[in-house]
Design a protein around this ligand. Structure first.
Ligand SMILES: *[C@@H]1O[C@H](CO)[C@@H](O)[C@H](O)[C@H]1NC(C)=O
Ligand SMILES: *[C@@H]1O[C@H](CO)[C@@H](O)[C@H](O)[C@H]1NC(C)=O
Length: 516
């Protein structure tokens, strides 16, 4: 099989139709993996020869092209243990300023564990060649070494779109006056205090990056890629950033030419539902609420008073509820509630009887609900979920309920409003139309741009000159200081001259007075 693929590669190589592409997606969280593996599968489907470094194994690798997996064994277990220790449902209270150091710590560990992993070491010791390296951008800066090590153009995949972690690498402008940081739960219309916090947070992030994260990753980089380009040269040598975002999903923001929106690329054509689910959804003419808190937050870990609030509200409803519940039994399960440990989310959201989605508001869930035009009750907990929840409320296709506010009364109020006011469904359908109205689909866009970068050997002509400027020049501090000095100097000279003139005048006056 391998030889056959190599032959096909040779035959069609000159048209860049078949390239060798390495994907580095080390985050041990299913939603991150779905993004990385979807992209690599899409590239393999186009006949490319892909290699994927990830903590998970693909059960149904694509038939076309070649799809090789380098498994980061042990990552999932470590993550599961950490997930339990960190108690995700309590993350809501953590101050945004503290989240960054926690991320640095956890992801620094993931970054090093990837580099030292025996399966990865085996690849690095080999004399393999790649035409492009796609790396997930998630504070794992030392992994830029994969691109320099294989001397291949570097493509980044940003799971949350343009953000403070990726913008500086390609000098993308993000004015703090209307672009809120992903870690703060602001909308694009910020009050004075919010703009102040956003600006302070922006500088705080950059300071922390330059004081802690970059130096730490420079050490890792130098240790694992001792013969490659210097770390800071590699860091800013990004050919392309693929953004998991789209104006139908996120607020519109500026992009430099080597940033491309591919939000929604992970969504496949809907498959068939398992028989029992199909029957359940078909039979539920009164409508179904789909309830899932995603893969990191498990509904089964809700404290009992929150769980009881849901159960009491659900048991009084006529509608059916389909709940992603990760355990065998739900104490006090009402008759109209159906449970599933794993549920095919996209296929469920596609069903016409599904009227509402109760979600944590993660980006993948938000994208999928917009794709299918289903209104939302968001219960955001951490990360970018609050930002997404703000968007959901602003765009009018759903409501948001704080985790701490969950009670029988608040739930009843929100659900009553969402299910009886047709505006939410109407707005969800409108968002869905905007999502689908594109020149070409998001996966085709992604494949085109990856091939483009390979065809044009890193496409350096797309880079804006701002990448090469030191920060004080980028922020025009030198020009500002110069103007300030000129102004002060002029003022000084003006004062001196006026003093002189004044004293001359008064002297001549005195003399006049004396003479008279
Ligand atoms: C990462 O953390 C795990 C568990 O906390 C630990 O066992 C492991 O040694 C750490 N790895 C590195 C490379 O720091
Ligand atoms: C940047 O990357 C390209 C490959 O895309 C490589 O040819 C070039 O040498 C790199 N330049 C620097 C300064 O790192």
């Amino acid at each position: 099989m391998k030889i056959f693929v190599a032959l096909v590669c040779l035959v069609v190589f000159h048209s860049s139709k078949c390239a060798k592409i390495l994907g580095v997606f080390p985050m041990p969280s299913p939603s991150h993996y779905i993004l990385g593996s979807s992209l690599m599968k899409g590239l393999a489907e186009q006949g490319h020869d892909v290699t994927v470094i990830a903590p998970f194994v693909e059960k149904n690798p694509p038939k076309k092209g070649s799809y090789r997996q380098i498994e980061l064994t042990g990552f999932v277990e470590t993550h599961e243990q950490r997930r339990k220790e960190m108690k995700f449902f309590e993350m809501e209270d953590i101050n945004s300023f503290l989240v960054l150091p926690i991320f640095f710590y956890v992801i620094g560990n993931v970054t090093e564990a990837t580099l030292s992993h025996p399966n990865v070491q085996e690849l690095l010791q080999s004399d393999e060649k790649f035409d492009a390296v796609i790396i997930q951008e998630f504070m794992n800066e030392a992994h830029k070494g994969f691109a320099t090590h294989f001397n291949a153009p570097m493509i980044l995949l940003s799971p949350i779109g343009a953000c403070a972690w990726v913008n500086p690498l390609v000098a993308n402008p993000a004015p703090t006056s209307y672009v809120p940081d992903a870690m703060l739960s602001y909308s694009s219309q910020m009050t004075f205090t919010e703009r102040l916090t956003n600006t302070v947070f922006h500088f705080y992030t950059h300071l922390l990056y330059h004081l802690f994260n970059f130096p730490k990753h420079a050490r890792l980089y130098n240790e694992y890629f001792p013969n490659s380009l210097p770390f800071y040269d590699a860091l800013y040598n990004v050919s392309l950033v693929l953004l998991n975002s789209h104006p139908s999903l996120n607020q519109p923001v500026p992009y430099v030419p080597n940033m491309v929106d591919i939000g929604g690329f992970h969504i496949n054509p809907t498959k068939e539902l398992p028989h029992d689910l199909q029957q359940f959804l078909d039979d539920s003419k009164e409508g179904v609420i789909y309830f899932s808190m995603g893969s990191n937050l498990k509904s089964a870990e809700f404290p009992s008073e929150k769980r009881d609030a849901f159960l009491n509200v659900f048991s009084k409803m006529k509608m059916k509820i389909l709940w992603k519940w990760e355990e065998d039994v739900l104490p006090g399960q009402p008759k109209n509630v159906k449970l599933g440990k794993w549920l095919p989310q996209q296929e469920i959201l596609a069903h016409p009887n599904v009227k509402l989605f109760i979600t944590h508001g993660g980006l993948l869930s938000t994208t999928e609900t917009i794709y299918h035009g289903v209104p939302v009750l968001a219960i955001p907990i951490a990360g970018d979920q609050k930002l997404n929840a703000h968007r959901i409320v602003n765009e009018g296709f759903g409501l948001s309920l704080g985790y701490k506010e969950i009670s029988e009364q608040t739930l009843t109020e929100k659900l009553d409003e969402l299910l009886n006011n047709p505006k939410y469904t109407k707005n969800a359908k409108k968002r869905s139309e905007l999502f689908h109205d594109r020149l070409v689909g998001p996966m085709e866009t992604a494949v085109y741009w990856v091939e483009y970068v390979i065809r044009h050997r890193g496409a350096p002509h797309l880079k804006v000159a701002g990448v090469d400027l030191p920060w004080y020049k980028y922020m025009l501090l030198d020009v500002g200081v110069f103007i300030l000095i000129v102004l002060l100097l002029s003022l000084y000279i003006f004062c001196k001259i006026s003093k002189k003139i004044f004293s001359l005048c008064s002297k001549s006056k005195i003399q006049k007075v004396k003479r008279s």
